[in-house]
Design a binder for this molecule. Structure first.
Ligand code: FSX
Ligand code: SF4
Ligand code: F3S
Length: 314
């Protein structure tokens, strides 16, 4: 109780009311596909955490947009909430340590918490020329082989880590692959795709794990069904225009101003699985199609090769 009181006091000091926090928990619970009866238990995961699992966050071949998405564009205080329920022991972007000290943190975290830590991997792995990507003189593939099998659970975040992403685009000279494929661990790693991915889907996966003691159910590509069970097209607010043959053919046109369907200017929503229409980005502000931009299929494998040329009808 005392812990919970302190938590709400800390939130208050950041200008976040209990009401805002409960609103967030309601949104998160719904995104996770749980009934509203779970809202108080989801709130408790943050307010009175029973455990604070160690997290080792690896950066491989990527642009760091995934970390940026988590740390900057969500509710301004979500990063702090995540830091309250997790002990992030290694994260190259946000840790203060550098050089040998950083390396030491990584080894200590893995050794001390073997079989218990959560590994989050951002970025893909070059397998043809492993030396294309290195940290501290070590190839990405060796870092991943050393850390990932020792984690209690591994989450690949972003399309690079899940399916290879932009680094793996044709002609892919380095032979980049997603983490599960590079390590031969398909089906054993949770894939949260998207370039960038939506942070709420990472938070939902972790809260699911802390609340229910297990990872969420996955689709055949290793993605949580709560987020990737439907296509963009299934939940698109422009869908009625699609059904009525009302299409945007030119950007900036009257049809575009009327919010017509973006299929003819290249929308890949019908073949892209993700919850962008419901979860939205930037504090639930908007998402590509709402902003008038077609979905480019950024959460599907090989999207850079199979969904291009962008802006052209399928
Ligand atoms: Fe990839 Fe993450 Fe795209 Fe970037 O780091 S999923 S390039 S948005 O951000 O890995
Ligand atoms: Fe489907 Fe895209 Fe049209 Fe939305 S804008 S209805 S996702 S084709
Ligand atoms: Fe990506 Fe399409 Fe969503 S481009 S961010 S999956 S709308």
């Amino acid at each position: 109780m005392e812990k919970e009181k302190e938590f709400y006091e800390r939130l208050n000091a950041k200008g976040v009311s209990r009401r805002d926090f409960m609103k967030y928990c309601t949104f998160l619970t719904a995104t996770m596909g749980l009934s509203s009866s779970f809202v108080p238990r989801v709130a408790e995961v943050f307010a009175a955490p029973k455990q604070r699992p160690s997290v080792v966050w690896l950066h491989l071949g990527e642009c760091t947009g995934c970390s940026e998405a988590l740390l900057r564009s969500m509710y301004p205080w979500i990063d702090e909430l995540v830091l309250e329920i997790l002990s992030v022991d290694y994260h190259e972007t946000i840790m203060t340590a550098s050089g040998h000290q950083a390396e030491e943190n990584l080894h200590n975290a893995v050794k001390k918490n073997e079989g218990k830590f959560i590994c989050v991997v951002e970025g893909s792995i070059p397998v043809k020329f492993p030396g294309y990507g290195r940290v501290a003189g070590k190839d990405f593939i060796d870092i991943a082989k050393e850390v990932v099998p020792k984690a209690a659970a591994t989450i690949s975040i972003g399309t690079c880590a899940t399916f290879g992403g932009i680094p793996a685009a044709e002609p892919n000279p380095g032979g980049y692959k997603g983490v599960a494929e590079a390590l031969g661990m398909e089906g054993k790693i949770v894939n949260i795709s998207g370039c960038p991915p939506n942070p709420i889907n990472l938070v939902g996966t972790i809260v699911n794990y802390l609340l229910l003691g297990k990872l969420p159910a996955l689709d055949d590509k290793g993605r949580p069904l709560f987020a990737f069970g439907k296509t963009i097209h299934d939940s698109c607010p422009r869908r009625s225009h699609f059904e009525n043959d009302e299409f945007v053919e030119v950007f900036g046109s009257e049809e575009a101003a009327l919010g017509y369907c973006l299929y003819k200017v290249g929308c890949r929503g019908p073949e892209t699985y993700n919850n962008c229409a419901v979860a939205k980005f930037n504090d639930g502000t908007s998402w590509p199609v709402e902003a008038g931009h077609p979905c480019i299929g950024c959460s599907e494998p090989s999207f850079w090769d199979t969904m291009t040329p962008f802006y052209e009808e399928l």
